[in-house]
Design a protein around this ligand. Structure first.
Ligand code: SF4
Length: 348
């Protein structure tokens, strides 16, 4: 099948099967000239780098209700945005989000620039997001390549080189399919195919619009693409976390502004290290004197390591604590919310 025939098939499939997403202008509206709002496209792409579409959607709706334009977001207090981001993980992205919104508001009068190059110059806006906004919001023929698109390319062309080494080749293959015609729809069609049909573990090849173009399908084992090099095991770290209560309130602290979960409210913790903490060590590192008791543990996966928090629970006082009612714990980053819930479940 020629590249243009493949494009026509996939765009036709997208016209009939495009996902209905809160940030998307569907193909029928797009055909009448309706354009996606660059702010909504950008916000959704930043969120989708963190999480799945179903998880991102409620956050997206909350953000756009509260801050309907990029200028509204630029004017928001840092703490409000960080709190609204809680649960999406990786707070550096929320900081970058604000930096970018403020640059658009101050240097561009609240209007996103409309070329990939100018978008790329905005703070915290990486090559993938610049290409996605340029294509989806401005219909620029940008080569938008995320993990979904890499997978689709690796399968269509049965690329034998493993990831991550294959990335430049996959990008080149994707670029060869980009045209001036409907570049935004093309980018979204590939994303949708990867997300709903050409799925990572179990591709639904019987629903694929281009099975006769798929070299991986011809091998009989399309799920084996993209090839991957063996993964190094994620390091494991351990920390003690302290759930100190005073009636209904829980003692929280604000983490230092830089580093993991920087600037966020958190449970007080010990350092995080490669070995477990003994009870004696954990009690010596406690943030306040109290009748601490072991209260279970929780595990949380960060991008680069897995953390086990060993929990200790007590009732008492603590200097400089941010006393927060249980009902207000929902704004904690997920690792601490999980730890607080587990610790509070234990009887004193
Ligand atoms: Fe993916 Fe299967 Fe379609 Fe190939 S035939 S592109 S593996 S869904």
């Amino acid at each position: 099948m020629t590249p243009d025939r493949l494009r026509a098939r996939l765009l036709g499939w997208y016209d009939a099967h495009a996902r209905d997403l809160p940030w998307r202008v569907g193909p029928a509206d797009g055909a009448t000239g309706v354009r996606a709002d660059p702010y909504r496209v950008w916000l959704s792409e930043v969120m989708l780098q963190q999480t799945t579409t179903p998880h991102a959607a409620p956050y997206f709706l909350t953000f756009t209700r509260r801050w309907p334009t990029v200028s509204d977001l630029a004017a928001a207090a840092d703490g409000d945005v960080m709190a609204a981001w809680a649960g999406l993980g990786y707070y550096a992205r929320a900081r970058n989000l604000l930096a970018c919104a403020r640059a658009v508001a101050s240097a561009h009068g609240g209007v996103f620039p409309d070329s990939e190059e100018a978008l790329r110059a905005l703070p915290g806006l990486g090559p993938y997001t610049a290409a996605a906004v340029a294509a989806i919001a401005f219909d620029r023929p940008a080569n938008v390549v995320d993990g979904n698109v890499e997978r689709v390319m690796a399968r269509l062309f049965a690329v034998e080189a493993p990831l991550p080494d294959a990335k430049p080749e996959l990008k080149r293959l994707a670029g060869a399919l980009v045209r001036d015609e409907r570049p935004g729809d093309w980018a979204q069609a590939l994303m949708d195919l990867g997300a709903t049909v050409c799925r990572p573990k179990a591709p639904l090849c019987d629903r694929c619009p281009v099975p006769d173009s798929c070299a991986a399908l011809a091998t009989g084992a399309p799920e084996g693409f993209p090839r991957k090099t063996a993964k190094a095991e994620r390091p494991h770290r351990f920390g003690a976390a302290y759930v100190l209560t005073r009636g209904d309130a829980v003692a929280l602290v604000r983490r230092p502004p830089r580093g993991l979960l920087g600037g966020m409210l958190a449970l007080p913790t010990s350092d995080w290290r490669a070995t477990r903490w003994s009870d004696a060590e954990a009690l010596a590192a406690a943030p306040a004197p109290a009748a601490w008791r072991p209260a279970g543990e929780v595990e949380h996966g960060f991008t680069h390591f897995t953390l086990t928090l060993q929990l200790y629970r007590a009732e008492g006082e603590m200097a400089d604590a941010v006393w927060t009612p249980r009902s207000g714990l929902g704004a904690l980053p997920s690792v601490f919310l999980k730890a607080a819930r587990e610790g509070l479940d234990r009887l004193l």
